[in-house]
Design a protein around this ligand. Structure first.
Ligand SMILES: Cc1cc2nc3c(=O)[nH]c(=O)nc-3n(C[C@H](O)[C@H](O)[C@H](O)COP(=O)(O)OP(=O)(O)OC[C@H]3O[C@@H](n4cnc5c(N)ncnc54)[C@H](O)[C@@H]3O)c2cc1C
Length: 467
């Protein structure tokens, strides 16, 4: 690991002068929450946490860090699952938490302008108040920030119909590693003036620039939605039915699935019997639209299609309480699995949709070979599967020894199926050793050259993405 200068009292004094004493955190107790994110088992203490209150202060911090060669780790809400916000090299955690205002919901242009620390759900509710819709819906939406979503190019169940964060990004204000500030894009949908640096920053996991303002496209909110639960006796049938629905010219807002083991975990967590608990796969389909008659015609058509593919039943939920009941198991999945095994590895691999059955065969093989329970659920519509490797009773040493081998097998398996190693959570700190499995050598050289050109001293979020 590269050595960085120690942050001496002179630099701390300058940081205090930039953000004010109250917003520079130096004691271990107060820094502790910034030493980890939601990634399991990793903790790194920063030298200080700086909480700037505006772009000018972010820029001044970056200028100081750049001249002193001090590492800086941007941080949103700390819900990341790949360790992107971990201050691996110490230095400064740059917490954006005070930049938490929605600046504008522009109903004329269907745009939102927001600061980065706004919680995703807060922005969604503000858009909805004006009859508009910000569709990206990571499961963490009540706690993650828009800035973190941009940095990770976050997705969610609605990505199947509506796309991921990048598809809504139209403009941003960015502070480069040297502290200079740029405005990229704006309220226009089209923009081909020069290289598209903005969409390169999106998904760069805080390694290329600090994002201080964001302009996002909104869409009109569909007023109606219907949810369907469809059990199948095999994952193959569920996947084939899903493809047939799409070929039947129906594009649901979400197409989610849970394997039987996941349903049984949710059943235990909720302490109530799951519907169709004997089914090997549960499909959850949400249709949205403007008109009840079309929605009814669509779900009736889905009913006919899925029965041709061996669906065991079809539950339709049109009112809010029934719709909530249908989603209850899927929504509690993370907590249910944590209850089953507080230590678990969460992966979010992606494969082409038709390869999902082959992925499940691979997972079964890995589970048997390594003696670890693997439980999966996720976004069947776009092939993004959340794979949970459960430690349960395994001894810590055995777990530490087994996990890298299992992950290596898993990632090689998804690449062989034409997929990739992360669809939503990013590479961050924890997956960087596996990136060469997903990106070929010439492309890796190009990526590292981009990082070097933007951040020659490697001060912005070091030790992330690349080995
Ligand atoms: C229970 C749970 C469910 C989840 N479900 C999903 C899901 O469905 N889909 C999904 O995509 N993710 C999901 N996640 C992962 C996580 O919530 C997302 O990656 C989210 O986008 C992170 O946002 P954050 O504000 O917490 O960012 P942080 O964790 O604070 O940071 C994440 C990365 O963004 C960088 N960063 C943050 N803010 C900025 C900024 N302003 N400028 C530059 N870089 C910045 C950080 O340096 C870091 O690399 C889930 C997490 C949990 C715990």
């Amino acid at each position: 690991m590269k050595e960085y200068p120690v942050l001496d009292p002179k630099i701390t004094g300058k940081l205090k002068a930039i953000v004010g004493e109250k917003y520079l955190i130096t004691t271990d107790d107060d820094k502790e929450p910034y030493s980890h994110d939601e990634t399991l088992n990793h903790k790194f203490m920063p030298a200080v946490v700086a909480k700037p209150g505006n772009t000018y202060e972010v820029s001044a911090i970056m200028k100081l860090a750049s001249s002193e060669k001090i590492p800086v780790t941007p941080r949103g809400a700390g819900t990341g699952l790949s360790g992107g916000a971990l201050p691996v090299c110490g230095g400064i955690v740059l917490s954006l938490e005070r930049l938490n205002q929605i600046l504008e919901i522009d109903g004329e242009n269907l745009m939102a302008v927001t600061q980065p620390a706004v919680i995703t759900q807060t922005l969604q509710l503000a858009a909805e108040e004006k009859g508009l819709f910000y569709p990206p819906d990571p499961a963490s939406l009540d706690s993650c920030s828009i800035g973190g979503n941009i940095a990770e190019n976050a997705g969610g169940p609605r990505a199947f119909k509506y796309g991921v964060t990048r598809h809504y990004l139209c403009g941003m204000e960015a502070v480069w590693p040297n502290g200079e500030v740029s405005r990229l894009g704006g309220k226009t949908i089209k923009n081909v003036s020069g290289y598209d640096l903005m969409h390169l920053i999106c998904g760069s996991e805080g390694t290329l620039a600090v994002v201080t303002e964001i302009t996002l496209r909104l869409v009109p909110k569909p007023p109606l939605a219907v949810d369907l639960m469809i059990p199948f006796s095999s994952i193959e049938d569920a996947v084939r039915a899903c493809t047939a629905v799409i070929r039947g010219r129906i594009i649901p807002a979400t197409m989610e699935f849970m394997e039987q083991k996941a349903v049984l975990a949710a059943e235990k967590f909720l302490e109530k019997r799951a519907p169709f608990r004997e089914a090997e796969a549960h499909l959850l389909v949400q249709l949205d639209g403007d008109d009840r008659k079309t929605l009814t015609a669509d779900y009736e058509k889905i009913g006919r299609i899925v029965s041709d593919f061996g669906a065991l039943d079809l539950l339709v939920a049109e009112d809010r309480p029934s719709r909530d009941r249908i989603w209850e198991m899927r929504r509690c999945m993370a907590d249910a699995l944590t209850q089953m095994s507080p230590v678990r590895e969460r992966e979010d691999v992606v494969v082409p949709r038709a390869a999902i059955p082959a992925l499940f065969r691979k997972l079964k093989g890995l589970s048997e070979k390594h003696g670890a329970e693997i439980i999966s659920y996720g976004h069947i519509g776009d092939g993004n599967v959340h794979v949970n490797i459960m430690k349960q009773g395994m001894a810590p040493e055995a777990w530490e020894k087994m996990l890298p081998t299992l992950l290596d097998g898993l990632f090689r398996g998804v690449m062989a199926l034409g997929g990739t190693i992360s669809g939503e959570h990013g590479i961050g700190y924890v997956k960087k050793k596996y990136l060469p499995l997903a990106i070929d050598a010439p492309a890796l050289v190009m990526m590292k050259a981009v990082k070097k050109a933007w951040d020659p001293d490697g001060i912005l979020n070091p030790e992330k993405i690349f080995l």
